[in-house]
Ligand binder design. Structure first.
Ligand SMILES: [Zn+2]
Length: 366
């Protein structure tokens, strides 16, 4: 593996040995991170500490296995379930995880981040209000210390019931906090279609929350993307890859300026394609051909062992997008952020200028 390969993606025909200035560039330009699951940012050291502090009966060998990205890595969702069911027994643990990731992303020049987090699997340990309070405190401390703006986006656990989802939204409304700005949905999409949760999404929309939906992941049907957009009124889509199987829908999404928070290291495509195919067949390539508004994200950075900067680097050096493409993606990510229009305008003006200045200084590549 080469030094600039985060260590788990196949070699790519687009791959070049990048000089240090280029590697630094990816961690230097201002960034937005919108598709990031709070539990997927738990560092290994922190995981070990929390196991000790909670008294959970989890052997070191299991933790080591959780944090190994080999041929057959442990599925991230299994790690999340372990955290929820046995380890995250106190709200302060959530605060710690949030704060630590704010520090991590500040070093990658992230200026704005939205964290997805689930309460349903945690409710045997704590009520919504306490969980939200802890995460918000982590965000506030992070903003004060590192200057990164953070927001909370509770997410529906789609493996739980539709009634659990409604309960989550009711809690969001009762304990309304200005830093909690929208509703997401995650966990296994297979056999857990978005429309099952229409009532929760409707309630959230009516209460003025934004909506984002994981759809079209794991090779699941494009219908889930269509349902999310047309029936549930999603403001943006997480993943959305199978939209490429329906050109008409893709063209419509292009016309309607739908934003897609994609993940270059998505494990389904790392598993599905051979090393030779990966760089050419990754659906983000086709999404870009449809001129869809995509932008890279890290999803579960400590578990995928990829930082947000590396996600951007992968788009360039492994999937073959140009600097100009990346600039457009940065613009897309700002547009997709759930902030007011004036702020977006300001960020676009300032951050794209910073991007251009940094890009200008880069040595040319052989
Ligand atoms: Zn995700």
């Amino acid at each position: 593996m080469r030094k600039d390969n985060p260590g788990f993606v196949p070699d790519s025909p687009f791959q070049r040995s990048l000089p240090k200035e280029w590697i630094d560039f990816f961690s230097s330009f201002p960034k937005v991170e919108l598709h990031c699951h709070l539990l997927g940012t738990t560092g290994k050291d922190t995981f070990e500490d929390l196991v000790k502090e909670s008294g959970a009966d989890i052997p070191q060998s299991t933790i080591d296995e959780f944090y190994t990205r080999g041929e057959k890595p442990v599925g991230v969702l299994r790690i999340f379930r372990t955290l929820e069911s046995q380890i995250l027994s106190k709200p302060e643990f959530l605060k710690r995880i949030t704060f630590e990731h704010m520090k991590r992303v500040a070093e990658q020049s992230v200026r704005y981040i939205e964290f997805y987090w689930n309460w349903t699997g945690l409710k045997h340990f704590m009520n919504f209000e306490d969980a939200q309070k802890a995460i918000v405190e982590g965000l506030e401390d992070g903003e004060r210390e590192f200057g990164v703006i953070g927001r909370s986006v509770p997410a529906i656990d789609r493996e739980a019931s539709a009634e659990d989802a409604v309960e989550l939204v009711q809690e969001m409304i009762i304990h309304r906090h200005p830093k909690t700005i929208g509703l997401g949905i995650d966990y296994r999409e297979t056999n857990h279609e978005p429309e099952n949760f229409w009532k929760a999404f409707k309630l959230a929309k009516e209460a003025g929350f934004k909506i984002t939906i994981h759809a079209g992941e794991f090779g699941e049907h494009w219908r889930n993307v269509e349902t999310s957009l047309k029936l549930l009124g999603a403001d943006r889509i997480d993943h959305g890859y199978t939209i490429i199987d329906n050109p008409e829908l893709a063209e419509e999404a292009h016309r309607n300026d739908v934003h897609f928070a994609v993940v270059p290291t998505n494990s389904y495509y790392l598993r599905t394609f051979t090393d030779e195919e990966w760089a050419y067949k990754h659906p983000v390539k086709k999404m870009a051909e449809f001129d869809l508004k995509i932008f890279p994200n890290s999803d579960d950075p400590t578990m995928h062992q990829v930082s947000i900067s590396e996600s951007w680097l992968l788009m360039f050096n492994f999937l073959g997008f140009s600097l100009e493409d990346l600039r457009k993606m940065l613009e897309n990510s700002i547009e997709a952020a759930w902030v007011d229009e004036a702020t977006k305008k300001e960020w676009k003006r300032d951050w794209l200028l910073e991007f251009d200045k940094l890009a200008k200084k880069l040595p040319s590549l052989a």
